[in-house]
Design a protein around this ligand. Structure first.
Ligand SMILES: Cc1cc2nc3c(=O)[nH]c(=O)nc-3n(C[C@H](O)[C@H](O)[C@H](O)COP(=O)(O)OP(=O)(O)OC[C@H]3O[C@@H](n4cnc5c(N)ncnc54)[C@H](O)[C@@H]3O)c2cc1C
Length: 345
């Protein structure tokens, strides 16, 4: 049994703390719940196979993470009896026309041999898109991936925290500013990692609009939608959705929604649900942390000081597995990821 102090109780810190506590270690988490916490604002998609990003280390991380998710969720649910906010109803990537659909299908399907957890991959016509997602525009055809899923960051975090406490962890809602600790210190401080200097952390501010379709009587869950460009639509409840996200490189830590982004997202909601009456629910703002190369940083920065940061736009996907892998690594157990791939200091 060893001692660990985890600073930061977003998904990265909470997952690491949970997995360490599960291995029988004595773990304390400090979290000061900053406004703009990325995990709280996120309405996340778990569908890494459709990305066009070519970075191999990143892809290995998110591919293995998506594979880990269903088992991890089942275990967490069994341990806590809580909802985790995770659901797998498939994903539809919308495309502009039939030619792009052919290209997207080939690109996405080519990953299937190495990732059978993707399930079925198929082209879907405009009519099929409409059947799967009745209120959505029928302007675009798409590519359907059966294994695509979604998770509500705040709900998963609550379940992780409950699991962590059940395994004997201690959670302190306080700022950590150098209190004396025993054992290893782990910083998982997201955008606020800038306060620790190493590694260099910057952030993007992302906004999401939550809205309800007031006149809809559709009563079945819908797949997540990767719309055109970097836009996605996630179901948040029956006939309630989140559309996002905006991306803004900034040094500001403000989490106040901007009028301009609200108008932009509202315009998109009308474009994708042209026949529906849209009622605003809320705007959410999160600060997504990045480190060098848009790859997470996972590694020691000094003896007994470890950093997990830069989870970026796929931190909800990657953090459950990252937490397990770091716990194994610090426990001198074999890992499926080569942690050295993510620690460049
Ligand atoms: C709008 C939005 C949409 C997203 N969509 C997706 C998606 O579709 N799929 C996906 O996989 N990912 C998605 N993400 C990314 C994902 O949410 C983030 O990568 C992830 O939540 C980052 O988690 P984190 O724990 O590193 O940071 P955070 O969640 O920001 O947590 C950091 C925590 O550290 C605490 N802290 C900092 N300093 C201290 C200190 N000194 N003492 C105590 N506590 C401290 C803060 O208060 C905070 O609670 C999205 C993010 C946003 C914002």
């Amino acid at each position: 049994m060893a001692y660990f102090t985890v600073v930061g109780g977003g998904i990265a810190g909470a997952s690491t703390a949970y997995h360490l506590a599960k291995l029988g270690h004595k773990v304390t988490v400090y979290d000061r719940a900053d406004t703009g916490q990325a995990t709280d604002a996120s309405a996340g998609i778990i569908c890494p196979w459709i990305s066009q990003r070519r970075n191999k280390k990143w892809y290995r991380l998110v591919k293995e993470s998506a594979k880990y998710y269903p088992g991890f969720i089942a275990e967490l649910q069994a341990e806590t009896g809580l909802d985790t906010g995770y659901r797998r109803e498939g994903s539809i990537s919308l495309v502009k026309d039939d030619h792009i659909q052919d290209l997207a299908f080939e690109r996405i399907q080519s990953k299937q041999a190495d990732a059978p957890e993707m399930g079925e991959v198929r082209k879907v016509s405009r009519e099929e898109v409409k059947r799967m997602h009745p209120e959505l525009t029928d302007l675009y055809p798409g590519v359907y991936v059966e294994g695509g899923g979604q998770v509500k960051g705040a709900v998963l975090l609550k379940a992780l925290k409950a699991g962590f406490l059940k395994h004997g962890g201690q959670w302190i809602n306080e700022d950590f500013s150098g209190q004396s600790t025993k054992g290893t210190l782990i910083y998982a401080t997201g955008a606020w990692g800038i306060e620790q200097n190493t590694p260099e952390v910057r952030h993007q501010r992302s906004e999401v609009l939550h809205f309800r379709l007031a006149d809809s009587n559709h009563r079945a869950h819908t797949p997540v939608v990767m719309a055109l460009g970097p836009i996605y639509i996630v179901e948040m409840g029956m006939n309630q959705f989140a559309i996002g996200t905006t991306h803004e490189e900034t040094a500001s830590f403000s989490a106040v929604p901007s009028e301009e982004n609200y108008e932009y997202l509202r315009g998109l909601a009308h474009r994708y649900f042209p026949d529906s009456e849209i009622e605003d629910v809320k705007m959410m703002v999160g600060l997504k942390p990045y480190t060098r190369d848009f790859l997470p940083f996972l590694g020691h920065v000094e003896e007994n000081v470890f950093v997990i940061n830069g989870m970026g736009a796929t931190g909800l996907t990657a953090s459950p597995l990252v937490g397990r892998e770091i716990a194994r690594y610090l426990n001198a157990e074999e890992t499926i990821l080569d942690i050295e791939d993510y620690s460049y200091i």
